[in-house]
Design a binder for this molecule. Structure first.
Ligand SMILES: NC(=O)c1ccc[n+]([C@@H]2O[C@H](COP(=O)([O-])OP(=O)(O)OC[C@H]3O[C@@H](n4cnc5c(N)ncnc54)[C@H](OP(=O)(O)O)[C@@H]3O)[C@@H](O)[C@H]2O)c1
Length: 257
């Protein structure tokens, strides 16, 4: 039996799941993958497969890239809050007819004893902090800090992979640059050490050490709900995405046409 040619696959990344899928595909002759990063992280961990950096120029640019690179499969493994690139992926896959899979980790859910205040936007999270000064642990990444400048009465502990742009940082803020995963014990020590009263996070899903630490310390959490999911076939982890890719590889024409 003739083996189908390697499946040329674009993975849209910037997440733990995209990196996990890259590790599963590395060295597997059935795939010719490329991992795409937006280019926001200053020093991304080099993946074990070929990668590229930077935007494509909207949905039309992405469709042109898919055609030019003769890609045969697209995995949207971007962050649940990265809505523009996911919409572009959907449109570009529709325009080119290239099969698309959404790889999205499940969100977190509260358990009894959690004190969660769910909001729809980061701006609403800033308003929900209230008028009285509080000590807030802000773990929403460095791109979405601006709304908190409108709540300067609070003291903020900011954590992000790279240092934030000073123009976005609220006045009373301590910034720490760190890349997870973090242990629950370390999260508890950090929050206790800074006398944190409230945690603000997006419902990103994945490693929940900060939520377990907040629970253990009895702290309220303001949590920004996810935007709507992209439509289409969706899996929750890298092994399930590999299974989808294997099925597409097996169904490919051995002549590579
Ligand atoms: N939003 C978050 O909270 C968050 C958290 C952790 C990681 N991330 C990751 O950081 C990246 C940027 O997030 P965002 O919220 O700024 O996204 P976004 O608003 O959905 O995308 C903005 C633009 O950035 C470019 N882009 C985004 N992801 C890309 C990728 N993987 N490869 C190439 N270009 C990409 C696209 O530019 P063009 O239109 O020019 O193609 C897109 O239109 C994403 O890859 C995401 O997975 C985001």
């Amino acid at each position: 039996m003739v083996e189908p040619p390697p499946l040329r696959t674009l993975i849209l990344g910037g997440t733990t799941e995209a990196s996990a899928l890259a590790r599963l595909l590395a060295g597997d002759a059935r795939f010719a993958p490329i991992l795409s990063f937006a280019g926001r992280t200053l020093a991304p961990v080099p993946p074990p497969i070929p990668h590229r950096l930077g935007g494509f120029g909207g949905a039309a640019g992405l469709a042109a890239y898919l055609r030019a690179e003769r890609l045969a499969a697209l995995v949207d493994a971007t962050h649940p809050f990265a809505v523009r690139i996911s919409a572009n992926a959907e449109a570009a896959a529709g325009a080119t007819g290239i099969p698309r899979l959404v790889l999205r980790r499940p969100g977190w859910t509260a358990i009894p004893g959690d004190d969660w205040r769910r909001v729809d936007t980061v701006a609403e999270a800033a308003e929900t902090l209230g008028a009285d000064p509080r000590r807030v642990f802000l773990t929403i990444g460095r791109q979405d800090l601006l709304p908190f400048r409108a709540a300067p009465q609070h003291s903020y502990l900011l954590r992000s992979v790279d240092p934030p742009d000073p123009a976005l940082v609220p006045p009373r803020a301590t910034a720490i640059a760190a890349r997870g995963p973090f242990s629950e014990a370390a999260e508890r020590a950090l929050m206790a050490g800074h006398a944190i009263e409230l945690v603000v996070t997006k419902n990103s899903g994945g490693d929940d050490a900060k939520l377990r630490a907040a629970r253990a310390l009895g702290l309220p959490v303001i949590i920004v709900d996810r935007p709507p999911m992209p439509s289409g076939e969706t899996v929750a982890d890298a092994p399930a995405a590999l299974a989808w890719l294997l099925a597409h590889h097996a169904a490919a024409d051995p002549r590579g046409v």
